[in-house]
Design a protein around this ligand. Structure first.
Ligand code: NAD
Ligand code: GLY
Length: 359
């Protein structure tokens, strides 16, 4: 078992990573202050892990709320329905919500916990690779609005994050590979050990060898925790965690969130960012090729399908939450780490995008 501290003074918390953790009553119950616990999960995850976590809460009054599966469930209707359920069951502020599932359940559950009585206890129990290396850590919570993804939310830190790597055994292959896109992001942000593991152990990773996965998850969470500690509310450097995301979010939106998983779109977006870095001489060809090889060897896509058009990309990217002016605020990889660039609409940007589009 590995333990990391995310250091935010009075809002600090542990991230525990290991096998067979859902059964650990000391761990799960230990974070729950009040008498009541609501386990929020979905229809796919509930039959797999709900009973396990329930038995780890022997002294608590446990409630459960199971939503349908999919990104569309991260909506205001579920937000309201779950708040309604908490009020009807007389939950108090010191009671706890456990978000058991992927990033959808984690983001929705986090936002409910942030706003119920101005903030109740929250434990993140992520069960996808993406949520284990990214969304469960750092306190970004949100629901989607019909006009935009993650448009309504709050920064709200959990009391603890419990990452049981056994849960990854049932994760579909495509979801697993999509999660690896976020792991490779940390390598491109300068985490040399992650880069080394991705370059030297790809077979073990794809075979989900537990020790390799544990190390990758620990290194990823440590990097994320360090960035969040320095810039919790994204006043500056936290934006670096969005490498590939401005392009990727546009690809997801244009394809109506049905063609690409998040990590797949981010990988294509990272290739676009690399193209722009090359044209600005921020990165040399050799480093760029290494980064591209890492994504290719994992099995991530590099080129978007013909549905994705340049003008739609440029239009959609204008709405990115990071933008502070009329320019595009982009994260670009360098030979060492990444940098934030204010980018005008120029031919070099158009070329960087077009090179990864199908004709
Ligand atoms: P998800 O929650 O939809 O999970 C992906 C799929 O895997 C779903 O079908 C889910 O039911 C299933 N699943 C979950 N655990 C499983 C398991 N152990 N075995 C089998 N199936 C399992 O998607 P995700 O990729 O985990 O997260 C994506 C969401 O995370 C998006 O809404 C995105 O906006 C958000 N996100 C948030 C942050 C943040 O910092 N808060 C960061 C990145 C992404
Ligand atoms: N996933 C990006 C962040 O948490 O800031």
């Amino acid at each position: 078992m590995r333990k990391l501290l995310l250091d935010l003074q009075e809002r600090s918390y542990n991230i525990t990573i290991g096998q067979n953790l859902l059964n650990r009553s000391d761990l799960v119950s230990g974070y729950c202050e009040g008498d009541k616990v609501l386990i929020l999960t979905n229809k796919v995850v509930a039959p797999l892990f709900l009973d396990k976590i329930r038995t780890s809460l022997p002294d608590k009054n446990v409630f459960e709320f199971v939503i349908a599966d999919g990104e569309a469930e991260k909506n205001l209707a579920n937000y309201e329905a779950i708040l309604d359920y908490l009020i009807r069951n007389q939950f108090r502020r010191n009671d706890t919500l456990i978000a058991l599932g992927g990033g959808v359940v984690g983001d929705l559950g986090g936002f409910i916990a942030a706003s119920y009585q101005r903030g109740m206890g929250l434990i993140q129990v992520p069960t996808t690779l993406l949520s284990q290396v990214d969304s469960s850590v750092g306190g970004k919570t949100a629901v989607n609005h019909p006009l935009g993804k993650n448009m309504i939310g709050a920064f709200y830190q959990p009391k603890g994050v419990i990452i049981d790597t056994d849960t990854l055994a049932t994760l579909p292959e495509r979801e697993f590979i999509s999660g690896l896109a976020e792991v490779s992001k940390y390598a491109f942000l300068g985490e040399k050990r992650i880069q080394q593991i991705l370059e030297q152990n790809v077979e073990d990773i794809l075979a989900r060898e537990p020790n390799v996965l544990e190390e990758l998850i620990e290194l990823s969470c440590a990097k994320k925790a360090a960035v969040v500690t320095d810039d919790e509310k994204e006043a500056g450097a936290r934006a670096l965690l969005n490498l590939g995301h401005t392009f990727g979010h546009a690809i997801e939106k244009i394809t109506q969130y049905t063609t690409y998983l998040h990590g797949e779109a981010v990988a294509i977006g990272t290739h676009m960012a690399i193209n722009l870095s090359i044209s600005k001489s921020l990165i040399d060809q050799q480093t760029a090729s290494r980064y591209r090889s890492i994504m290719n060897s994992i099995g991530l896509p590099a080129v978007a399908n013909a549905e994705v058009k340049l003008l739609d990309m440029l239009e959609s990217m204008k709405l990115d939450k990071k933008n502070q002016t009329d320019k595009y605020r982009l994260i670009l990889p360098k030979d060492e780490g990444c940098e934030i660039v204010e980018q005008e609409l120029t031919g070099e940007l158009e070329k960087a995008i077009s090179s990864q589009l199908s004709l």
